[in-house]
Ligand binder design. Structure first.
Ligand SMILES: [Fe+2]
Length: 289
């Protein structure tokens, strides 16, 4: 059965103000060192820009009426700031309650080196940090990649998560799922599955075991965020798709979200800037990258 869902990523309340007020030299530095497209902007405080973008995205989701919405991490910059979290909640509550919302944790949500405390805080605020769900004959698995990125302070967490993943993949196959789709915050790799470890992707050791499992269980697609730019690679027939930011964009695409159409034999998707979101009647059934 065909359906579509929306993937939003990295609303990251507070990032516009953190990156505001830079001079040309600083902006050039980030461009050269990180490939980040920092916008020249006067110094600001707060998170008014993130609020406006997220409200627009939630309004668009209400009009489009997807099967569900996934937000793949980095909800706020400062998880100890109750103001950022309250604003995220205020706008999230505007989503039509008939549309399920699934969160996946990002590194800003649980820390670059998660601890038992940051995981507990996340679970209190957002629910399970890794879980699975089904929709219309397809299986979805959400993982906490930040634990995989650095598990030095959370012994046992990654092993438990891998055991859960293995079990969930077998269950998904036993159900004869039309598709198995995995949702992550960190991409598994950027260009080459054997590339060196970097800030932008899962470390090689963890990446390799995930890729082996995904290949063995014929995962259809992996959707991630974290880069604040769109990116797409293929791994042995598995679509590895990174979605640009709903918040601060670091690439060429404006802030936006991805619409993913799931049909029996394929998964198609397209990223839309928030000013280019189609109306429900315009939503083409032939989405290209
Ligand atoms: Fe991130």
């Amino acid at each position: 059965m065909d359906f579509f869902f929306i993937q939003m990523s990295d609303p990251q309340f507070g990032m516009f103000s953190r990156l505001s007020g830079m001079d040309d030299e600083q902006i050039q530095h980030f461009r050269n060192e990180n490939g980040w497209n920092i916008l020249s902007a006067p110094k600001t405080a707060g998170f008014a820009q993130e609020s406006a973008l997220y409200e627009k995205a939630i309004g668009a989701a209400n009009r489009l009426n997807p099967a569900f919405v996934i937000i793949s991490g980095d909800m706020v910059e400062d998880r100890s700031d109750p103001g950022q979290l309250a604003e995220l909640r205020r706008i999230t509550a505007q989503l039509n309650p008939d549309i399920p919302l699934h969160w996946a944790p990002g590194n800003w949500d649980v820390g670059n080196t998660p601890t038992p405390e940051t995981l507990e805080q996340y679970r209190e605020n957002f629910g399970d940090d890794y879980y699975a769900f089904q929709h219309a004959g397809s299986s979805f698995i959400v993982l906490n990649t930040s634990v995989g990125f650095d598990d030095s302070q959370t012994p046992g967490e990654w092993d438990r998560q891998m055991a859960f993943l293995g079990k969930s993949l077998i269950e998904a196959r036993n159900r004869a799922s039309a598709h198995i789709v995995v949702i992550l915050h960190h991409p598994l790799f950027l260009q080459d599955p054997n590339e060196a470890d970097s800030w932008g992707a899962m470390p090689k050791e963890k990446r390799t075991s995930l890729l082996e499992l995904f290949e063995a269980h014929a995962v259809s697609a992996v959707f991630s965020g974290h880069l604040h730019k769109c990116h797409h690679v293929n791994y042995k027939g598995i679509q590895m798709v990174t979605t640009g930011a709903l918040g601060y964009p670091l690439g060429q695409e404006p802030s936006g979200f991805r619409i993913v159409k799931v049909s029996g034999d394929k998964i198609e998707h397209k990223y839309y800037g928030l000013d280019q979101i189609p109306e429900p009647e315009e939503l083409t059934l032939n989405l290209n990258q």
